[in-house]
Design a protein around this ligand. Structure first.
Ligand code: MG
Length: 159
């Protein structure tokens, strides 16, 4: 059986934090605020994976009240999500993700983000798509108050 999962995440841009997207540290004056490294792209992918097998969301598995997850690399969390999905008979087929960010310009870094994600997910690079869209100056994303990401995944599940 083929199942799909949808993930969405949003984090505020704040001073004094590194900007980590898809496991790649991006040069930026500000970074994303959150309990972990706040890697909004990895979180959206993780939410999609959990959604495909109806296992809830990241907050349920990695609560932000747990000190073990403070500033943790979200790639570590994503690896654990893949293990959870595998334990439920799921095998990831492909990922398609979109970052929503006004600045900085992310296009040159997208292949590296896709590669990092593919490595953690155990997928060939041609099964991982990472895109970026500008919010065209509109709304909270356009004012650079935060960044958002969306992802869909396809998972083969043996019953
Ligand atoms: Mg998040």
């Amino acid at each position: 059986m083929t199942r799909v999962g949808l993930g969405f995440d949003l984090h505020p841009l704040v001073d004094g934090r590194p900007l980590v997207l898809g496991g790649v540290t991006v040069e930026s004056d500000r970074g994303l605020g959150g309990h972990s490294d706040a890697d909004v792209l990895s979180h959206a992918v993780g939410e999609a994976l959990l959604g495909a097998v109806a296992l809830g969301d990241l907050g349920r598995h990695f609560p932000d009240t747990d000190e073990r997850y403070r500033n943790i690399s979200s790639l570590v969390l994503l690896r654990r999500v893949v293990e959870l999905v595998s334990a439920h008979g799921g095998r990831l087929v492909n990922v398609d993700a979109t970052l929503l960010a006004q600045a900085p310009r992310l296009a040159p870094l997208l292949p590296e983000m896709a590669k990092r994600l593919a490595d953690v997910l155990g997928l060939a690079i041609d099964r991982v798509s990472v895109k970026a869209k500008s919010p065209e100056g509109l709304g909270l994303l356009g004012r650079e108050e935060g960044m958002a990401a969306m992802a869909v995944v396809s998972v083969e599940v043996t019953e």
